[in-house]
Design a protein around this ligand. Structure first.
Ligand code: PLP
Length: 389
């Protein structure tokens, strides 16, 4: 073994499927080809000015310059509780039922280390945000994939989960509106999850990264609004996508007080909390006007319709998603996710994400992100129409 070999846990992580595609993109760009990326989901518009102004004031205040506490600023916790009440009709005790997280990604990883031992199982949506599988693997636990299939509205089939996996399950990760499928939660699904979690004593983690990014009048609920949810679960709420704040690392965990206490206990050993100025800006974001969010959603809806229309013209039929910043589409006959993504890159110099990147059940699909400026999306769509029809 060499001194720079990774640990067995790191070695066990699935390969980074985008690596080969990235290499090709780099080659193309070097050759002067204008590649348009519809790969990553990172809002292209600036953070709303009222949030930036709150940050400017907070960053100038020496009171925010020292180590934050992992419990979080009262202002941020209270703003989250107020937001959950107004937006979701969920009552949150700001003292015990919420603490900040340095992004949902940190929170999900650390939940794995807080709750999973070797031999334990995490139930994870497939396809899904890669951290639902990477987190448990790094924590030395096992993952039971829950396929998200079109015939079930891209929700896990709870009746089909292996009983052995259920008996060892300690965590279940769910996420609606869903990345990468764009699906919204089917009626009654959260209620059934609560029932299952009660029966099998696992902790539900609802990843609520996209509740503010919805279209066509759809308003996404919080998992915590489901009767009994707080007894069995937590929700990870992120300001990244809805408030154009991906770079700020501003999120929170809300819900079951005992679970949050355990997560806090782990965090006190690992990080030193979320910069208090970011917490103050986060509070301003949550207390602020809703219009900027509505304007962003109009922009995404317009892009979504452009993409869905263009895909239809090249023979790829998709229904327009009601939430998230993604269009999830089946690859044309005769292709795998990867060969299609390669074809789009070669023929149209456009990057789409192969569905298999998000888990085995993502095979046969590709994902288009709507976070590219309008004119670049139009150009990408035009190229796909021209080269792939
Ligand atoms: C489902 C889901 N959860 C969490 C995240 C990450 O959120 P954050 O920026 O708060 O770490 C993403 C980002 O793409 C996501 O798609």
């Amino acid at each position: 073994m060499s001194r720079t070999d990774p640990s067995k846990r790191l070695e066990a992580m699935p390969p980074y499927m985008f690596a080969e595609l990235e290499r090709r993109v780099a080659d193309k760009r070097k050759a002067g080809i204008d590649v348009i990326s519809l790969g990553i989901g990172d809002p292209d518009h600036a953070t709303f000015p009222y949030i930036v102004e709150a940050m400017q004031a907070a960053v100038a205040d020496p009171g925010n310059h020292q180590y934050p506490s992992n419990r979080g600023r009262e202002e941020f916790r209270t703003a989250l509780a107020g937001f959950y009440e107004r937006r979701f009709g969920v009552e949150i005790d700001p003292e015990t039922e919420v603490i900040p997280a340095i992004g949902a990604k940190e929170c999900i990883y650390n939940l794995c280390f807080a709750f999973l031992d070797p031999g334990d199982v995490a139930l994870a949506s497939d396809p899904g945000y890669p951290v639902y599988t990477g987190g448990p693997i790094l924590a030395g636990a096992e993952v039971e994939l829950l396929p998200l299939l079109p015939e079930h509205g891209f929700a896990p089939d709870l009746d089909a989960i292996d009983p052995m996996a259920l008996s060892k399950a300690r965590l279940m990760f769910i996420n609606f509106p869903n990345n990468p499928t764009g699906a919204i939660v089917p009626d009654g699904f959260f209620e059934r999850v609560v029932e299952l979690a009660r029966k099998h004593e696992f902790l539900v983690v609802h990843d609520n990264a996209y509740s503010e990014t919805t279209y066509d009048g759809y308003v996404a609920p919080s998992f915590l609004a489901t009767p009994g949810a707080k007894e069995v679960g937590v929700e990870v709420f992120s300001l990244s996508k809805g408030f154009n704040m991906t770079g700020w690392r501003c999120a929170a965990i809300l819900g079951n007080a005992d679970a949050i206490q355990t997560y806090w206990r782990l965090k006190t050993n690992i990080d030193s909390g979320l910069f208090e100025a970011v917490q103050m800006a986060g509070a301003a974001a949550l207390d602020g006007p809703r219009e900027p969010l509505a304007e962003m959603n109009e922009i995404y809806a317009r892009r979504r319709d452009l993409v869905v229309g263009a895909l239809g013209e090249i023979g790829v039929e998709v229904s327009a998603p009601k939430g998230t910043i993604y269009v999830w589409a089946p690859v044309p006959e005769g292709h795998t996710s990867t060969t299609f993504a390669e074809l789009v890159l070669e023929e149209a110099a456009v990057i789409v994400s192969p569905g298999s990147m998000y888990g085995p059940s993502g095979e046969g699909f590709f994902r288009i992100s709507l976070t590219t400026p309008d004119e670049r999306i139009s150009e990408a769509v035009e190229r796909m129409r021209e080269h792939l029809s």
